[in-house]
Design a protein around this ligand. Structure first.
Ligand code: 3HC
Length: 311
């Protein structure tokens, strides 16, 4: 087949909702942008373990500790699924990890904020995983087969993540004055960075046009952000918290909540590496990778030995 015929057949598959599989012909740019997005998604899952891991030893009781442990372990699994999905596109795990450690690859800005109180564990589950779910449910219908299938499995666990976060905040909202104060203070810190998770506004999004054409994305950054706001405002009322945005107001004409302007300087500052915890997060990842080298070497040596025996 000629290049044109390949392109035409690829676009027909996209049109007819036929999943693109690893062995199928695909435009180099499609492959490249998928490696970019899936690997950064995987990095986000792995780096996302750090802010929560910080509180496992300080959970208020055994039940909360077990829930948090389970959630952090889930995130590790999500990262491994997504690294495997990225590898189907012809990049190695070592290259992916190197891109993260050298700062060549991004991960979600949200994980560069500190977790200062126990309420942050609930706010992350409720807001961060809540935002992630909005985006990931859409990605279950992404055109690349391995990514879509990984998403289906991951979304099942994400709903537990969001529910446990909300439930933990509900307990605080029914607590004493100090607990309610800690809850409100945490929501004040996590609300706006959670809205930034959906990416820049549509007019600033450099990848969206192609991602929408190729059905990698099914909705735009602003559409998903709006859906998240609409879904979350009423939940905030149940928690008895005020969301830190005086412009938040139901707009009957739009059928959505209006909300204030996001601080895009803060967003790009964090994305560029100058957030409160960027350096700490990358240092932790590099150190963990170095400390784990012996496990990888042992596994490779064992596999070699097994291969020699079988030969
Ligand atoms: N943090 C860091 N970088 C971001 C970002 C964010 N919140 N939002 C956008 N960016 C980057 C993009 O990666 C892109 O840079 P690049 O071209 O170098 O990759 C640039 O800003 C412009 O943004 P675009 O809108 O053009 O980029 P995309 O079309 O890729 O859209 C996205 C951004 C919506 C995040 C999309 O990449 C996506 O859907 N990714 C998959 C989902 C994901 O990664 N979620 C992150 C959180 S995962 C998580 O929270 C796990 C949960 O278990 C806790």
């Amino acid at each position: 087949m000629t290049q044109e015929q390949h392109e035409a057949s690829f676009l027909r598959k996209i049109e007819e909702e036929v999943k693109i599989e690893a062995r199928d012909w695909m435009p180099d740019e499609y492959r490249k942008t998928l490696i970019r997005q899936i690997s950064q998604h995987a990095h986000s899952e792995i780096v996302g373990m750090l802010p929560e891991g910080n509180w496992i030893t300080r959970a208020p009781n055994l039940r909360r500790k077990l829930i948090l442990l389970a959630k952090v372990q889930d995130e590790a699994g999500h990262g491994l699924y997504l690294y495997s999905a990225a590898e189907t596109l012809g990049i190695t795990r070592d290259e992916l990890i190197d891109q993260l450690h050298t700062g060549k690859a991004k991960y979600s800005s949200i994980f560069n904020y500190p977790t200062l109180t126990w309420a942050d564990m609930g706010a992350i589950g409720w807001l961060v995983d809540g935002a992630a779910i909005m985006n990931q449910v859409m990605l279950c219908r992404t055109s690349y087969g391995p990514y879509a299938r990984a998403m289906v499995r991951i979304c099942k666990e994400e709903s537990f993540h969001q529910r446990q976060g909300f439930e933990s905040l509900l307990a605080l909202s029914r607590g004493n004055e100090a607990q309610r104060k800690m809850l409100q203070e945490s929501v004040n810190r996590w609300w706006w960075p959670s809205l930034m998770m959906f990416g820049p506004s549509d007019s600033e999004s450099t990848n969206s046009e192609k991602s929408l054409l190729w059905k990698i994305k099914r909705q735009t950054n602003d559409e998903l952000r709006q859906r998240f706001v609409d879904a979350t405002v009423d939940q905030a009322k149940i928690l008895g918290v005020t969301l830190p945005d005086p412009h938040l107001k139901w707009n009957p004409e739009r059928g959505h909540y209006d909300f204030g302007e996001i601080n895009w300087d803060e967003f790009w500052n964090v994305v560029k590496g100058n957030g409160p915890c960027n350096k700490q997060r990358l240092d932790a990842r590099v150190k963990a990778h170095e400390r784990g080298a012996w496990v990888r070497e042992a596994a490779v040596a064992y596999a070699e030995k097994k291969k020699q025996k079988a030969a």
